[in-house]
Design a protein around this ligand. Structure first.
Ligand code: SAH
Ligand code: SF4
Ligand code: F3S
Length: 447
């Protein structure tokens, strides 16, 4: 594109929530590009603002409404200048709250659920014409992928690639089965085609996405898909997220031991360590079965970094139940983790359970759990010092002459290195470790 060819219309997308939303935002930009929309990095002065929202916890949802309040003022300012702004709400709040959003914030022009992004051009046209039909929230995931543009323009050397959507697990605390619909897998051929297209444009690493990615039901399951993608020239690293312990099958565990491209990092949420709580959560695993699973995975790939999600203060969680969570964490030894206070979500079974836990108790438990998880993360990072690791350089660092990349274990690694190594996988000697990153030197230069 020449420097003078400014896009006719400016698009601002703000993304909340999980990686699936990051992927979807990119795809929305792809759908809108042929209509003349080019990305801008601030909502002020945008012709179209899309908020791609998350409904997972109450805070996430409330953030959207406060952001909408601010964007409404920008819209009014633009209208006063004789220009317009179209406001669209996409993502999981759109799916869960639909019309309610437009009632709460009348400045919103349209609401579009996660499976209807291919209808965006039409919805925008209708919103412009008549303020007519403003809501599209059905669950036909196959239509979405068939109708999205087949080519992508990756921005960088790593990319997300959605392979599965939706959830049939119905954990009693979670809104995802309601916002993303039933589990659905894309055919392996279309995923392979998308991955090849990305690799041809210089992508070295893909992260396969799904709300339950390891329940991938296309040909060969997730293990088969990983082996298939590993053969694509140029694609050197494969990751996947998020997995459910229940769908971690032997074939996938074996792949961790056999496929070099499959990175030694696994996000495998356990949520809690008390069997009573796990049962009330409808998790379909026990603490013991989870620990045995981790053992089998480590037998296949001894150095694998394990990550997880935790909820504290689920209804009925007593001190002893929380202690069981801490005990499980000590037994596993996590490389990284996300932990949350239970948030009561309307319409989910747990929101109506007796024994809701007081906020102060949740705060105290979260602080204790996080202290332990941070200690483990620091220990894991520290265990890398002195090692020589392959690092994929993804971007420039804050200091001149510095690049930032990722280790196989998904740690950020800061290195003094020339720009020409961007996008390359280079061996780095790790010299220092902090809570959130490593620092090292190019191994060749130290040899
Ligand atoms: N599909 C993934 C992730 C779902 S959402 C999985 O099953 O692991 C990401 C995380 O948010 C969950 O793992 C859980 O730890 C947390 N979460 C979901 N609902 C929540 C709620 N109501 N309150 C607090 N945390 C929640
Ligand atoms: Fe939510 Fe459970 Fe499904 Fe994960 S597996 S998305 S936590 S219902
Ligand atoms: Fe949030 Fe929806 Fe992802 S609720 S975590 S954006 S699936």
């Amino acid at each position: 594109m020449s420097e003078t060819a400014q896009p006719a219309k400016r698009l601002f997308i703000k993304t909340y929530g999980c990686q699936m939303n990051v992927y979807d935002s990119e795809r929305m930009a792809d759908v809108l590009a042929p209509l003349g929309y080019g990305m801008t990095d601030s909502p002020e002065g945008a012709d179209l603002v899309v908020l791609n929202t998350c409904h997972i916890r109450e805070k996430a949802t409330e953030k959207v409404y406060s952001e909408l309040g601010q964007i409404k003022r920008m819209k009014q300012a633009r209208e006063a200048d004789g220009a317009g702004m179209t406001i669209a709400v996409a993502g999981c709040v759109a799916q869960a709250e639909g019309e309610e959003i437009m009632r709460r914030q009348p400045a919103v022009d349209l609401v579009v659920g996660p499976q209807a992004y291919h209808q965006l051009p039409e919805l925008i046209a209708r919103a412009h014409r008549a303020r007519g039909e403003r809501l599209a929230a059905d669950f036909a995931a196959d239509e979405k992928f068939d109708a999205l543009p087949t080519t992508r323009r990756p921005d960088g050397v790593t990319a997300f690639l959605t392979v599965q959507e939706g959830c049939d697990k119905f954990c009693t605390f979670c809104v995802v089965p309601y916002t993303r619909g039933a589990e659905w897998s894309r055919p392996a051929e279309t995923i392979e085609a998308e991955a090849r297209g990305l690799a041809e444009q210089g992508v070295r690493e893909v992260t396969l996405l799904g709300q339950n990615v390891n329940s991938y039901a296309g040909e060969g399951g997730l293990a088969g898909l990983v082996r298939r993608l590993a053969k694509i020239p140029g694609l050197d690293r494969i990751r996947y997220t998020t997995s459910h312990p229940r769908d971690m099958d032997d074939a996938l565990i074996a792949a961790h031991g056999e496929v070099d491209e499959l990175m030694p990092y696994l996000h495998l949420p356990v949520q809690a360590g008390s069997d009573k709580i796990l049962k009330a959560m409808n998790r379909a695993h026990t603490a013991e079965s989870y620990l045995r699973l981790i053992e089998r995975i480590r037998a296949a790939r001894p150095d694998i970094a394990i990550s997880g999600d935790f909820i504290v203060g689920f209804p009925g969680e007593r001190d002893a139940d929380f202690e069981a969570t801490l005990q499980l964490v000590r037994e596993v030894g996590y490389a990284s983790a996300f932990s949350f206070k239970y948030s009561r979500r309307p319409g989910t079974p747990a929101s109506a359970m007796p024994g809701q836990v007081a906020e102060e108790v949740k705060d105290e438990r979260l602080a204790r759990l996080q202290a332990l998880l941070i200690e483990q993360q620091r220990a894991f990072n520290a265990s890398q010092t002195g090692k020589v690791l392959p690092v994929l350089f993804e971007k420039k660092g804050r200091h001149t002459g510095q690049l930032i990349g990722r280790s196989p274990y998904l740690q950020s690694v800061h290195v003094s290195a020339p720009d020409r190594l961007l996008g390359q996988i280079v061996t780095v000697k790790i010299e220092d470790a902090a809570q959130n990153s490593l620092a090292g030197v190019l191994a060749l230069e130290t040899a």
